[in-house]
Design a protein around this ligand. Structure first.
Ligand code: ADP
Length: 717
């Protein structure tokens, strides 16, 4: 920005002019008095003027100088005595008086010899020339001094009426003109300097303000001289008042945390040696003992010879950010702890609720097979079982939903081929469909692979399929159709021929526990299945939708991200398989060992297996006894509980697998730990199967038969 474009503030200029005029007074007074004394001496010695004349003039000059000195003293002590404008006027008046005193000098000299005027002329020229230096800030002051000081000399010269006098008068007039011009130029340059100074100080103020707002300080360090320069904010960042002390390298280092100093020194050294910028955070302790976090950046500037001559950089107070980050980390840790606690609660709830359900449903199922019971009692048992199953379903669903809601569900999204999953689901619902005489068919695309969690996809499909069967009419049908939805999604659609759902109630379908009045229909359900289905499908990046027509049926569909379609994929596959294969039981006697500490569970399994004439059951109520029996009796199958006293089931399994003679015996886990991660862990640990309580008697029978059939190394009892 050029000086012309930037004008200093008028008041500021006036204040500076007054200050300059005032500050120039002592030197001017002393100078004037000295010159007056010497001039007076000369004039007297050379008999140019009478001593009395000289003294008169000297008194006049001294009086004016004392008036000015008095003005200056008042101005220095009480600058507010007068307004600025008045001070300006008074200072100028003082200058005028001083000019007049000098101008009076030639008037005191007698006319006659022109050469008499040479000394005063010389002195006045010198004094007015010198006045430029002190009065240059104000051209009016220059004029007010020079005109009265020089004009009488000109008049006096002209009064000589000689050619030399006239010519000298003309010369002195020219000199006065020159002084007037020089005064003007001097004031202009003074104003320019002021403007520049004001501009710089305003820019500095803006920079300081910006640094204060952003809490960023700047510094400059000269390694050769050791000089350190801090911006105002840098002082504040060090807990000091701006410019209260002269900064030095020790003042900079001293409050830095000792642990961080080593790091800082290393960063500075690396930056200096490798000629790279540095970027480092450290803690400092203020004089009041509070600790603050700083972030500093900077780089060295090098001489032509590659020597570091200056380090410039910034320091920022990042205490608030660090505190926020720490609060965030603490909140995350707290949330993780809470999550963990919730997870443990869910896991123990699942275990605690399932253990008694195992006894209720297990013994209930045994009673069902008891021929000694009357028809009424059998009916009662069936009611107990029905309610028990319903309660179990409710427990499972509520725990599952709680898990999903709390984000505790671990999905392992991977490519899953849809057809095998669909077939598996169809097999699982086949019995249910048979019971209601509902025909199930599967058609559409085969060979499609989606990105999903296999277990959860199965869960979603089973829910939709079982609803399609449950809410169907007797003799109705359910059709499962697989098709592409656009280019990157696959749709699995389940259409039934049930009563349908009124359009106005479709929105309620996915509300937890809302059964849309189905609770009065005698159809079993909890009202959470669709809520869970929707949540898990959405977690897999898919959607669930429905359309329905009352009296015609409903169509629910799932859309999932498509992973790939195999080259042999074909449309319109055949009808799904609806038969579940049951392995025939072997007629040999097999030895089965059951390790379980809960007497009710022991009794239940003993009674279930007691119905198998070819099985002999050994039981052990402690893990140690179980291991001993396994090694000594070498059973065909080991049933192992997980929650055992002293050693858990995994540790027992480890011992068994380490034994050369029993390591091949299949071990079946039977446990109330039914969380998916428990099941996963169990399968991974080496159990041949992982059954969760309450036991499904038919499924248990089937599995035991399968395992005993597979294990040919039977031993008789
Ligand atoms: P549940 O079947 O355990 O009651 P869901 O969440 O699976 O719970 O379903 C909620 C409600 O939606 C059911 O109670 C039923 O009234 C209705 N519904 C679900 N599927 C169908 C269907 N295919 N046809 C008719 N109604 C259905």
């Amino acid at each position: 920005m050029s000086v012309e474009l930037y004008k200093a503030d008028v008041t500021y200029v006036q204040a500076e002019q007054v200050r300059q005029l005032g500050d120039g007074i002592p030197a001017a007074a002393i100078g004037s008095l000295l010159i007056a004394v010497i001039t007076g001496g000369l004039l007297t010695q050379l008999n140019i003027a009478a001593p009395i004349t000289v003294m008169l003039w000297g008194g006049l000059l001294a009086a004016t100088q004392f008036i000015r000195l008095f003005l200056w003293a008042v101005y220095r002590r009480t600058p507010n005595t007068f307004p600025l404008k008045r001070w300006h006027g008074l200072m100028r008046a003082g200058v005028l008086l001083a000019g007049c005193a000098w101008g009076a000098l030639p008037l005191f000299l007698l006319p006659g010899d022109l050469s008499r005027l040479a000394i005063p002329a010389f002195v006045i020229a010198g004094v007015t020339g010198a006045a430029l230096a002190g009065l240059g800030s104000d051209r009016w002051s220059v004029l007010l001094f020079c005109v009265p000081a020089i004009l009488p000399l000109i008049v006096r010269l002209m009064l000589e009426r000689t050619d030399v006098g006239m010519m000298t008068a003309a010369l002195v007039s020219l000199y006065l003109g020159y002084l007037a011009l020089a005064g003007r130029r001097s004031e202009r340059s003074f104003r320019g300097t002021l403007a520049l100074r004001e501009q710089v100080s305003q820019q500095n103020a803006a920079l300081n303000q910006a640094q204060q707002v952003s809490q960023v300080g700047s510094f400059e360090w000269h390694p050769l001289s050791g000089e350190l320069i801090w911006s105002e904010e840098h002082f504040r960042l060090w807990g000091l008042l701006p410019n209260a002390v002269v900064p030095n390298f020790e003042l900079f280092r001293q409050p830095i945390h000792t642990d961080d100093l080593i790091q800082l020194d290393h960063a500075l050294k690396t930056a200096m040696n490798e000629k790279t910028p540095f970027d480092i955070s450290y803690r400092i302790t203020w004089p009041d003992g509070s600790v603050h976090n700083m972030h500093s950046r900077g780089e060295f500037i090098y001489s032509d010879h590659g020597e570091p001559i200056k380090l410039t950089g910034t320091v920022q107070n990042i205490t608030a950010q660090v505190a926020a980050e720490q609060a965030l980390i603490a909140a995350r840790d707290e949330a993780e702890r809470a999550n963990q606690a919730k997870s443990e609660f869910l896991s123990s709830m699942s275990h605690e609720l399932r253990t008694p359900m195992n006894a209720i449903l297990g013994f209930g199922q045994l009673l069902e097979f008891d021929d000694a019971l009357s028809v009424d009692h059998k009916d009662n048992v069936r009611e107990i079982l029905k309610a028990g199953h319903h309660l179990l379903q409710l427990i499972n669903d509520v725990l599952d939903l709680a898990k999903i809601e709390s984000g505790h569900i671990d999905l392992s999204l991977e490519p899953v081929e849809v057809c095998p999953v669909v077939d598996e689901c169809l097999r699982l619902v086949a019995t249910m469909a048979d019971k209601r005489d509902v025909q199930i068919s599967h058609n559409g695309l085969t060979g499609a692979v989606v990105r999903a969690d296999r277990t959860r996809l199965k869960q979603a499909l089973l829910n939709l399929l079982s609803n399609g069967i449950k809410y169907n009419r007797q003799g109705g049908s359910v059709q499962l159709h697989v098709a592409l939805a656009g280019t990157d999604r696959l749709r699995i659609q389940i259409t039934d021929t049930g009563a349908g759902i009124p359009a106005a109630r479709l929105d309620e379908l996915f509300e937890p526990f809302n059964r849309l009045d189905a609770e009065n229909s005698g159809i079993e359900g909890t009202g959470i299945g669709l809520t869970i289905t929707r949540r898990i499908v959405e977690l897999m990046g898919g959607t669930v939708a429905v359309r329905s027509e009352v009296g015609v049926g409903s169509c629910f569909w799932i859309e999932l991200p498509l992973d790939s379609i195999s080259a042999t994929a074909q449309d319109e596959a055949g009808i799904g398989d609806s038969t579940v294969l049951i392995q025939p039981r072997e007629s040999k006697k097999h030895l089965v060992l059951y390790i379980e500490d809960n007497p009710a569970n022991l009794k239940l399994v003993a009674q279930i297996l007691g119905r198998h004439s070819n099985i002999h059951l050994l039981t052990a109520h402690t893990p140690e006894l179980g291991i001993e029996l396994a090694c000594s009796r070498h059973p065909d199958l080991i049933l192992l509980d997980i929650n055992l006293p002293g050693m858990d089931g995994y540790q027992v399994l480890e011992v068994l697998k380490a034994d050369l003679f029993v390591k091949d015996i299949p071990v079946l886990a039977i446990t109330a730990n039914a969380m998916p991660r428990d099941i996963e862990r169990g399968k991974g640990a080496g159990f041949v199967e992982y059954l969760t309580k309450p036991l499904e008697v038919a499924q248990f029978d089937r599995l035991v038969d399968q395992l005993l059939g597979a294990n040919k190394s039977s031993s008789g009892d």
